[in-house]
Write a protein that binds this ligand. Structure first.
Ligand code: ADP
Length: 485
């Protein structure tokens, strides 16, 4: 196979900077792609953590006057990842969340910041770093969405382009007046260009101009072509449906490995699952829950936002209590949801507990110590926590949407085939459906041999990147073949 050089453009990358699933994907995919002869460099903004990680990097490009300051592109590594960092202190050297100021609001210059990232990607695509001229640029989400547009309007030889949509809810819209500041030509402001409902749409631009568009599950690829799921872009996505496909995410099975996980109380695998039971009391202790081995312990690891449907779980607290279930929630986000979970924990000590914050290690302990993991999302492009749950022997209880639909097999849908069911699913958006799913799961939990079978089915599900990376590599090769015709 001819090797492919790919420039991945991403606003976050695990293990350096992460706010959600995008970072996990961006951190794992390049490594898995190596086995498919794809050599990836990841272009990321030079946030303080990135600059610190690349301390001994070399400068491969200088742009003395770029978007209001001086920019250097640094090349270095982070473990097995090859990273190109945009060292632009005026744009990116800000501590904390990559998108929001300490007051929780978006940085007012986010448009400039991510236009700069995208324009640099386009320049690299056109040969600005002679030692690495990519065949493919893989742009992730709205932050990289302008890249295919810049390549389109400069009218020079260009690499093939892929846009991956990780979440339709974040589209990056900025005022039309910013067009020239973004270095976009006047003619780009049209319905067939970057214009989007009178503004400049970064994700829209990517959808308009990328050679291929992917999203992170087949079901989500269909959902975003509906008016509701498309959130304004359904029409264009339907127009471009011939180049749109879904490729399900994997997880990094070295980071998420119950056998070697340093964050859990006791390692285990499918052949010595009894060791797993040591993690439940550890989790109960960590969350101040009653040391009750017989209560089904429900875990949640999530951003607290409307998308994730956790308000529905709050409505199910009577069911949780009636059924003798325990709840351990780790999450951060919406202040109202945070308060409501803390209040529920306060009202029901020993049964319900919430840790508000972001804690990678604790997320691992929840996967290992919980009996079931609930993901009640209203929409979910792929979802990663249910994949981790499958691998860790925690039974996923998920809404039938997006990637949740594609990655979990309901025990009742599995029919007589005992080797198939891996979890429990329910219709999204309604707390009574979720409550019924909790009751159904608790019933299965009482049957220890059925439960064990479910756990083992989940643990033998392939959630790794290997096969998925093959699909991306095949996509890249298709693009290159089509461009040679
Ligand atoms: P999204 O990207 O929409 O937030 P995903 O399920 O795709 O949702 O990915 C979420 C990732 O972030 C998972 O790796 C999950 O373990 C992690 N995560 C989410 N919230 C927290 C938290 N509060 N603490 C630690 N990890 C979290």
């Amino acid at each position: 196979m001819t090797p492919i050089r790919c420039l991945a453009v991403t606003s976050e990358i695990y293990p350096i900077i992460k706010t959600g699933g995008l970072a996990d994907v961006a951190g794992a995919m390049p490594i898995a792609l190596k086995a498919h002869d794809v050599d990836t460099r990841s272009l990321v903004p030079g946030y303080p953590d990135v600059i610190k990680t690349l301390a001994s990097a070399s400068v491969v490009l200088r742009l003395p006057d770029f978007f209001g300051g001086s920019v250097r592109i640094l090349a270095g590594t982070c473990g097995d990842l090859e990273v190109l960092a945009v060292d632009a202190p005026h744009l990116f050297y800000r501590h904390g969340n990559p998108y929001t100021a300490p007051d929780g609001r978006d940085w007012p210059d986010n448009g400039m910041r991510f236009a700069a990232l995208s324009l640099i990607a386009a320049r690299i695509g056109q040969g600005a770093i002679p030692s690495f001229v990519p065949d493919i640029i893989h742009a992730h989400d709205w932050q990289a969405g302008l890249t295919p547009a810049y390549l389109h309007y400069t009218n020079q030889p260009r690499p093939g382009t892929v846009l991956t949509i990780h979440n339709m809810a974040y589209q990056g819209q900025f005022a039309a007046e910013m067009l020239s500041a973004f270095n976009l030509p006047p003619e780009s402001f049209s319905i067939h260009g970057v214009e989007y409902y009178g503004a400049i749409g970064f994700l829209k631009a990517g959808v308009q101009f990328a050679d291929r568009i992917t999203t992170v599950s087949s079901t989500y690829a269909k959902e975003i072509q509906s008016d509701e799921g498309g959130m304004g872009l359904a029409g264009l996505l339907r127009e471009r449906s011939g180049v749109l496909s879904g490729i399900i995410n994997g997880i990094d099975t070295t980071v998420w490995s119950p056998e070697t996980d340093p964050h859990i109380a006791c390692g285990y695998n499918a052949t010595n699952l009894t060791f797993r039971t040591v993690n439940k009391p550890a989790l109960q202790r960590r969350f101040n829950l009653d040391p009750d081995p017989d209560a089904m312990l429900l875990g949640v690891i999530s951003r607290l936002s409307w998308q994730k449907g956790l308000d529905l779980l709050l409505e199910c607290i009577p069911t949780i209590l009636d059924q003798g279930i325990q709840l351990a929630l780790l999450g951060t986000g919406d202040a109202n949801l945070q308060e409501r979970f803390l209040a529920a924990a306060h009202a029901h000590p020993g049964r319900i507990s919430a840790v508000i914050g972001y804690d990678e290690g604790l997320a691992h302990l929840i996967q290992a110590g919980s009996d079931a993991l609930v993901v009640p999302s209203r929409f979910e492009p792929c979802g990663l926590t249910q994949l981790c749950a499958l691998r860790y022997g925690s039974i996923p209880i998920v809404a039938r949407v997006g990637g949740l639909e594609d990655t979990v097999v309901d025990i009742d849908d599995a029919g007589d085939d005992e080797g198939v069911g891996t979890g429990v699913k329910f219709a999204p958006g309604f707390s009574d459906h979720l409550a019924a799913a909790l009751r159904r799961t608790n019933q299965a939990f009482q049957d220890k041999s059925q439960w064990r079978r479910l756990q083992l089915n989940g643990m033998s599900t392939n959630v790794s990147w290997d096969r998925r990376a093959g699909e991306y590599a095949a996509l890249y090769r298709d693009i290159l073949a089509a461009r040679q015709q």
